[in-house]
Design a protein around this ligand. Sequence first.
Ligand code: NAP
Length: 308
Amino acid sequence: MAYRIAVVGIGKIARDQHIPCIGKNRKFELVAGVSRHGKIDGVANFESIAALKASKLKVDCVALCTPPSVRLAMARECLDAGWHVLIEKPPTPTVGELLAMETHARKKKRVLYATWHSRYNASVDEAKKLLKGKHVDFLRVTWKEDVEKWHPGQAWIWEPGGFGVFDPGINALSIVTKILPEAIFVEGATIEVPANAATPIGADIRFKRGDGTAADLSAVFDWRQKTGETWEIEVGTRDGLRLHLKNGGSVLAVNGKTVREAVLHEYEDIYAKFARLLKAKKSDVDPSPLQLVSDCFMLGKPVVVAKV
Ligand code: NAP
């Protein structure tokens, strides 16, 4: 029997990925949409989670596709209703909220799946395998795109909890935290915040290893690149291995030679995994990318830049 799922927050990512991918997966049946303005054709639509609950429609699980700032209260409401919960990235504005959400899911004996879509990629898996047991002494993340292309007309990205350029940047960090054999830590950062926004448009980050040995580890995030996207991660190890993940992690070069060009089916993989988690009654919550972002704000030097 298929899991009856409702999608909450009918915006760009719900329409681009969640609704089509649920439609393709026979383990799920889309039964409702919950959004103040957006609607899904062919299913029941509600303006709030409370209205969905009051309708008595049978629901097994929900996908929360709203911005992160409103997710904790929404997730709690859904978990209290007895529904399992999948959430978009970034999971919550703070690590504290994510841990509280995880605790609540455990208390309610429901599955919580905090997704990181950029991790679902054969080239990323290959990179992780190649780096197993290695001593990483070089990392350069370059994540640059045009905010107006990827977040057209969205105001929440500039508000507290909206993450600014860390909204895409956390995708890179979700890959980094998956593939590196050991955790890295923020050493310092410069964070560029537009004069009329609460969140950054650019960031320059230096990381360090946990064991104090010398390493050249850095990331640059920029939302002001008008011509195409640069989504790249380069990793070097003490024994001379050089990995280069390009195109958001889908293309992998090893020591200068392309070894894999993955076909992307991130959200298809996310729903396949959600079905497995539901069957096993297991949650999947990894706060490590969010922790790194949080630490950038803790240790970073803010610089005010031109208005957006
Ligand atoms: P979006 O287009 O703004 O859609 C979010 C929807 O959530 C809105 O349409 C809105 O629908 C609802 N919502 C509920 N409370 C809200 C609030 N307080 N402020 C604003 N909207 C609220 O955003 P999105 O691009 O789909 O992003 C949603 C999440 O998916 C983010 O965490 C983002 O990082 C992630 N994501 C986005 C992309 C992308 O390509 N944009 C890719 C991967 C992941 P109603 O007004 O109808 O309630």
